[in-house]
Write a protein of this length. Structure first.
Lengths: 198, 610
């Protein structure tokens, strides 16, 4: 399952398969589902708590979908409805629709954060992230400087949620080598270890 | 190519140590795993926030894991996790307690979830989660008070404005109450009632201008609209004087709330505008509105589990069974009792599979009508679908739940574990009795442990039943009458800590069908983990073990449950309604365990995941 999800996300393509985790009926009993999306609220909280300063509004993920946090569209990205039924995380199985929406939302967040870090005095962003991000605003000449900055950005964003091998593979990827700050953040956000509960 | 080689060389030249910022360090794979676990534990215990500061994670990484958990649980955000879990347990989990634009008052709608979380924060009675009688919470005035007509708002304080509108609300409410007898008929009364939300002279309009906390004004609003609808005021009811009395009684209740509000609203601590902040207040500052005069279900809950005139409270019963007993009512045939009540749907053997527990549970709600209003002793009952029952029809409706003659009770209301062995069942009469059963029975504690395990470790993950039962024992012990004060809070923290320290929690991407944790001192079973405990407890200790196992089904041998024919036989005897065939033979088996084993067997037969 993880390899399939990794393929969907890393390639950034829209899968043709429809929703249908075989264990949906049983899995939809409660809480977070191992192997499924963390959901809209949890993912937004991860990004904000890791990269932005507390009590300062930088963005809401929903704004990149032209919506508000409480809008129904965010439920498509994995959410709870709070009915007196069961506490079910709905739409937590990756499918063509929600992965497209995730890509739009996370791409928007990456662009916003990158723009903030590089062009707007980094207001609202955590200092250690800004220090690393700034090194990618203008591509450094020294590859070692770039790699060091990439690693700090990875550790600031992904922290230790992914194995070290995942970080090493990402650092060595040609895509990472040539990406700007927005592209770097986007690739981390769309990494399965970031989006998927495990 | 050259560029990539240079990058590769740069990468190889760097150790895991970061650059000059020195923010995060992981020297080895173990270091990395420890920090990954700390981040995951922080997310689990601090309500999802990856909010362990870079410097703090290094300090925590130096501590043993037990101490890391202790430190994290001292963080005030742990109380938010507790509140969120309570909502999860009650089937009310939302997308967030903190998100902007989210239903930040959502948890307010569950008095039980909030009261329990507050108790936990102060080392009190966490099992308030299981109580029917609850306290209301009132936040600081949420809205801005409208200007007093004819005054300069800059010279009038917020408190003065609020007091003006409170007084105005009380006056308008009194005026409306006084007008009730004067309406020519209930149609006019109904129309005027519904206008309370729109008319400038309505008391609800003035209530909103006083800036009453949103849940309160919404509660009034909904109560008014649903208390009576013009669709219900037809025919004979139109002239019913009882209906007017009922409305007048409801108005008195609103009056009482209005009188209490100023004290609470003025006393509420400043800055507390979100319900999740309540759990962090010192005990003396928690803004209680009433002393155990509310119920665990508020209006939105009653709306979610509405009772039409045809479902006989079964939806409400199903909610209680699923929520507090983890019983999802998997329909399995049962051995029917020898007595049948003729021509009743629920007495059919196939239907009885669910109804033998559903109907007695539903009986507790027999007097509750639209939005859960209590019609006990009233001449009529209005259902959520606005059907009105009165007279003989009402009597016939209530008689549905009359206990059989000679049973020793008036109502057939109870938590029924066995349709044939009455001694296994817990009976009562009122909803208060129901929640006393919930408080006292072991099944809700086991359900609580099961749900907490799912909440912390993930859905779809298989857990060893004996391990979960060992966790539940903490809750069961804490529920005993002689347990020390605060035992339930201590039990919640202890079980949570065990879960965060578990192998399942520490294992990245755990295999769903595999168990990683087992009860202390017990060797892992060789049987499939998902059902090992159930099989050993109900089948494999007496009859179905060893070379001479009954029916050649030796459940000590894991290969037995891998044979399709054996699985088919097991499914058949689990669900037989013949007392000479149903297994375990002449022994009680917990219905939830029976259902779990049956579902697992069916999954194996159909070739699904373990």
């Amino acid at each position: 399952m993880r390899k399939l999800l990794a393929g969907l996300l890393l390639l950034g393509t829209l899968a043709c398969r429809t929703a249908g985790h075989p264990d949906d009926a049983q899995a939809m009993e409660s809480g977070l589902q191992v192997g499924a999306l963390r959901g809209f609220a949890a993912t937004e909280m991860m990004i904000k708590s890791r990269l932005t300063l507390p009590n300062i509004h930088v963005f809401n993920l929903a704004q990149f979908l032209n919506a508000s946090s409480g809008d129904g569209i965010t439920l498509l990205l994995g959410g709870y409805q709070g009915n007196a039924g069961s506490s079910t995380l709905r739409n937590a199985t990756p499918n063509a629709v929600n992965m497209m929406l995730w890509r739009i939302a996370l791409s928007g967040a990456a662009a916003k954060i990158a723009n903030q870090a590089c062009n707007q005095d980094a207001y609202g962003l955590k200092p250690h992230f800004v220090t690393a991000a700034a090194k990618l605003c203008t591509p450094p000449e020294d590859p070692a400087v770039r790699v060091a900055a990439l690693k700090e950005i990875w550790l600031a964003t992904m922290r230790y949620d992914a194995p070290k091998a995942e970080m090493d593979a990402w650092l060595a990827s040609p895509t990472t080598a040539s990406a700007d700050l927005k592209g770097v953040l986007e690739s981390i956000f769309l990494d399965p270890y970031f989006l998927i509960a495990h | 190519m050259r560029r990539y080689l240079m990058l590769g060389a740069a990468l190889a030249a760097l150790s895991c140590r970061t650059g000059s910022s020195g923010a995060l360090k992981a020297e080895s794979d173990d270091d990395w795993a420890k920090r990954a676990w700390i981040d995951k534990a922080a997310r689990a215990l601090l309500y999802g926030a990856s909010a362990v500061d870079d410097e703090k994670i290094e300090a925590l990484a130096a501590l043993p894991r037990e101490q890391v958990v202790d430190k994290l649980m001292e963080d005030p955000r742990f109380q938010q996790t507790a509140l969120d879990f309570n909502l999860f347990f009650l089937g009310l989990k939302r997308n967030g307690l903190n998100n902007e634009g989210d239903a930040a008052f959502g948890p307010f709608e569950s008095h039980a979830a909030l009261a329990s979380a507050v108790e936990l924060a102060h080392g009190g009675d966490y099992f308030r989660l299981f109580d029917w009688r609850q306290k209301d919470f009132m936040l600081q005035q949420h809205g801005y008070s409208s200007p007093i007509p004819g005054t300069d708002s800059s010279t009038v304080s917020d408190a003065e404005r609020r007091q003006y509108w409170l007084t105005e609300t009380a006056k308008r409410l009194a005026a409306w109450e006084a007008a009730i007898p004067a309406f020519a008929n209930n149609d006019e009364l109904c129309a005027a009632y519904l206008n309370l939300t729109n008319d400038d002279n309505s008391f609800l309009r003035s209530a909103s201008q006083a800036g009453f906390p949103e849940p309160f004004s919404q509660a009034i609003d909904t109560a008014v609209e649903y208390q009576i609808s013009c669709g219900a005021v037809t025919g004979a009811v139109s002239q019913s004087p009882e209906l007017r009395q009922q409305i007048a009684a409801e108005a008195k209740g609103l009056e009482t709330i209005l009188k209490q509000l100023p004290e609470i609203v003025n006393k509420a601590p400043k800055g507390v505008k979100r319900v999740d902040e309540i759990v962090r207040l010192p005990v003396a500052e928690v803004p209680w509105l009433s002393k155990n005069k509310s119920e665990a279900f508020d209006i939105s809950m009653w709306l979610s589990i509405a009772n039409s005139s045809t479902n006989y409270n079964r939806r409400r019963a199903a909610y209680v069974l699923r929520t507090y007993f983890c019983d999802d009512l998997t329909p399995l045939n049962i051995v029917a009792p020898s007595e049948h009540v003729g021509n009743k749907h629920a007495s059919d053997a196939g239907c009885a599979a669910c109804h033998y527990k559903l109907d007695p549970m539903a009986a507790f709600f027999r007097d509750r009508g639209i939005v859960g209003l209590d019609f006990s002793g009233k001449p009529q009952l209005i259902h959520d679908d606005l059907l009105v029952r009165s007279g003989d029809e009402l009597k016939k409706y209530l008689d549905t739940w009359k206990a059989p003659a000679g049973s020793g009770r008036v109502w057939d209301a109870g938590y029924v574990r066995s349709p044939t062995d009455q001694s296994k069942n817990s009976y009562g009469e009122s909803i208060d009795d129901l929640f006393k059963i919930v408080r006292g029975a072991d099944e809700p504690k086991l359900c609580l442990a099961r749900r907490l395990t799912e909440y912390m470790l993930g859905v779809g993950q298989v857990f060893d039943g004996r391990w979960v039962e060992s966790l539940a024992n903490d809750f069961i012990a804490a529920a005993k009458p002689d347990a020390p004060a605060g035992a339930s809070s201590a039990a919640f923290k202890s079980v949570t800590k065990t879960l965060v320290l578990s192998k399942t929690f520490s294992t990245p991407d755990p295999v769903k069908g595999e168990c990683y944790d087992f009860a202390p001192g017990v060797a892992p079973s060789k049987l499939p983990c998902a059902v090992a405990f159930i099989v050993e407890k109900n089948c494999g200790t007496t009859c179905h073990k060893g070379a001479s196992a009954a029916a050649d089904l030796n459940f000590n041998d894991p290969a037995t449950l891998a044979v399709p024919d054996n699985l088919t036989r097991v499914a058949a005897v689990l669900t037989s309604n013949d007392p000479d065939i149903q297994m375990p033979l002449n022994r009680y088996m917990d219905p939830v365990e029976r259902a779990s084993l049956y579902k697992w067997v069916q999954t194996q037969i159909s070739g699904g995941a373990p």
